[in-house]
Design a protein around this ligand. Structure first.
Ligand code: SF4
Length: 119
């Protein structure tokens, strides 16, 4: 009768290795995913050249707003109209925040667009 113990041993080794790797993957992968998962804070900034931004005259510096085109900003002689004073602005840092008009993308605190609403 041939001795099959080396084959069984190899099979057992492969099974044991597979089981060990499975445990490793199931225990380590969630942690890795947690470390690399995108944060809840959006990091995408509004592109001033995007169609919506262009339509609303969005600028990253409120002083660069086209006051000929936007009468609303023309009347803002004291520079009060900035993202940081807008009701739609949600501050996330000292100089940035998110804007509901732009799908919660980042806008600078000193930005402006025609949708500015007094808070
Ligand atoms: S809606 Fe308000 S916060 Fe959003 S870009 Fe315009 S001025 Fe800034």
């Amino acid at each position: 009768m041939p001795d099959k113990s080396p084959v069984l041993s190899r099979r057992h080794l492969i099974k044991a290795l597979g089981a060990t790797m499975g445990i490793y993957v199931s225990r380590v992968r969630p942690q890795e995913r947690a470390d690399t998962a995108p944060s809840a804070t959006p990091t995408i900034s509004v592109d001033p050249n995007s169609p919506r931004a262009t339509l609303l005259g969005f600028v990253t510096d409120h002083q660069q707003a086209d006051q000929v085109r936007w009468q609303k900003k023309r009347g803002d002689v004291d520079g009060k109209q900035q993202c940081q004073s807008c009701a739609l602005f949600n501050p996330t840092d000292a100089n940035v925040g998110t804007c509901a008009i732009f799908d919660d993308r980042q806008v600078p605190a000193a930005g402006w667009c025609h949708a500015w609403t007094e808070s």
